[in-house]
Design a protein around this ligand. Structure first.
Ligand SMILES: Cc1cc2nc3c(=O)[nH]c(=O)nc-3n(C[C@H](O)[C@H](O)[C@H](O)COP(=O)(O)OP(=O)(O)OC[C@H]3O[C@@H](n4cnc5c(N)ncnc54)[C@H](O)[C@@H]3O)c2cc1C
Length: 437
């Protein structure tokens, strides 16, 4: 493990997830990470011979330069064709639902398609709920996307804005919707119709591994920042060490930054305290049966099933599970006011997997673990929209450059988090140059 020295660093990076590692790769600054492992949410964990990611992770990017860079650094990507489904009305329908509705009862299908054809009559949207009505129509929205969103985000889509939907919610044409209501073609649209996943012994964690290999000499693990003094430009860590900086590149979640920063005005701490996120408990199970399914993942919009999504790591790469076994990773959304009992949730997940016919009654669970994602998906709402510019302005005034999914409070996929680290590194270098003139 690296030991930090007392010298003043020009740029210091906080957080060794993909954004922080990428920032260090691009600007050469040291990275301080709280955990004893790098990679943050994009790391993978080994459990009794199985490998599990921290919730489903696949690379769904059109950024070929980034794919080339990661490949050059050592990631061996396999290309996979998505097999994703939705379980509702006690049956499986191919994803995305609006172009694969043949599985729905006839009256429901007619209702969904009729409203889809009427969707242009809806007024211009002012929130995510209205955006759904305008984009896929009331029928598909009420049947799938609204219940799924409430379960996933933990808030009603009426409370959310929709500027994040761009590449995150699959789009479809009228022809695909009509055809999908008559023939079950399992048409593939959306940015993850074809995706990449690393071969080898590191799971999705391979992305963080190759970046960390490049910055090994300046990566400090087990360095949890416990205090930041913006006047002194100094970080104190839980292990008693201190570092000084001229520019701090922050990728740790904004609420954590607010909690440990001395000298943050009440207006800014107040704004950060109102930023919202969902939280996710991931329940990982190793099963004693091969070929549990050929699907990659399944969405569950109905509220009486505990998880909103399950994925099957053994179908991403054969290295994820020992020969003759399969694995399931179930994601359960929860609110911070009501933290889950891990044991009880695990038992409920197992019961629901049997109820939805994913597991058979005599399947044996030979490995199990849970992973708690306190900051899951950042919620886009009017407060976020109004507050982020104020927060960023103040950070800049005290020489802090934000980056990454939670430092910028965004819906970044991993490729976007890596690019955000690069962008923040560039901004930090420019900021430093200005300070020095
Ligand atoms: C459930 C889930 C599923 C996802 N699925 C996909 C997917 O399929 N495809 C995809 O491309 N992306 C996916 N993502 C997004 C992807 O994981 C993120 O965009 C990316 O990992 C974010 O990296 P980051 O470095 O910005 O943040 P993080 O990974 O959160 O890194 C921040 C780091 O800061 C550290 N830290 C926190 N506090 C301190 C402190 N006080 N001192 C020092 N260090 C600290 C943390 O330990 C962490 O390592 C998913 C995300 C989630 C939550």
């Amino acid at each position: 493990m690296n030991e930090c020295s007392d010298k003043i660093n020009n740029i210091v990076i906080l957080g060794g997830g993909l954004a922080g590692l990428s920032a260090s790769y691009h600007c050469g600054a040291p990275v301080y990470e709280a955990a004893d492992h790098y990679g943050g949410i994009a790391a993978s964990d080994r459990v009794d011979g199985f490998l599990f990611d921290r919730g489903i992770h696949v690379l769904q990017t059109q950024n070929h330069k980034l794919v080339d860079l990661l490949t050059e650094l050592g990631v061996d990507f396999a290309i996979r064709e998505r097999h994703a489904h939705i379980f509702a009305h006690n049956r499986y329908t191919a994803f995305p639902f609006q172009i694969n509705s043949t599985g729905l009862p006839l009256a429901k299908r007619f209702h969904c398609v009729w409203h889809y054809l009427q969707r242009d009559k809806n007024p211009p949207p002012t929130n995510y709920h209205e955006w759904m009505y305008k984009t896929i129509g009331k029928g598909f929205a009420d049947t799938f996307l609204i219940p799924y969103s409430i379960k996933f985000w933990g808030v009603h889509p009426r409370e959310m804005t929709y500027e994040w939907t761009g590449n995150k919610v699959p789009k479809s044409s009228t022809r695909q919707v009509l055809r999908g209501a008559v023939f079950s073609r399992n048409t593939k649209v959306g940015s993850n119709a074809i995706f990449r996943y690393p071969n080898g012994q590191h799971g999705y964690g391979a992305l963080a591994k190759v970046l960390s290999d490049q910055v090994r000499d300046r990566l400090y693990l087990d360095y949890r920042a416990s205090q930041i003094d913006v006047a002194e430009q100094k970080i104190i860590f839980e292990n008693g060490k201190e570092v000084s900086y001229r520019v701090l590149l922050n990728t740790i979640p904004l609420p954590e930054l607010a909690r440990i920063t001395r000298g943050m005005p009440a207006e800014i701490t107040g704004a950060i305290s109102k930023l919202r996120t969902n939280s996710i408990l991931v329940v990982n199970l190793g099963i004693n049966r091969p070929n549990l399914t050929d699907k990659h993942w399944i969405h569950f919009p109905e509220h009486d099933i505990s998880f909103f999504r399950i994925s099957f790591p053994h179908n991403f790469s054969p290295d994820m599970a020992p020969p003759g076994t399969s694995s399931v990773s179930a994601e359960v959304s929860y609110s911070l006011d009501n933290p889950p009992d891990r044991e009880a949730i695990t038992e409920r997940v197992i019961a629901d997997l049997k109820r939805t016919r994913v597991l058979k009654a005599d399947d044996k669970i030979i490995a199990r673990s849970t992973y708690d994602i306190r900051y899951g998906y950042c919620i886009y709402d009017e407060h976020r929209r109004a507050s982020l510019p104020l927060i960023k302005d103040w950070l800049k005034s005290v020489n802090i450059v934000p980056g990454g999914r939670y430092g910028l409070w965004t819906y970044f996929w991993s490729d976007e988090a890596i690019m955000s680290g690069k962008k923040a590194a560039n901004q930090a270098q420019k900021h430093l140059a200005k300070l020095q003139t």
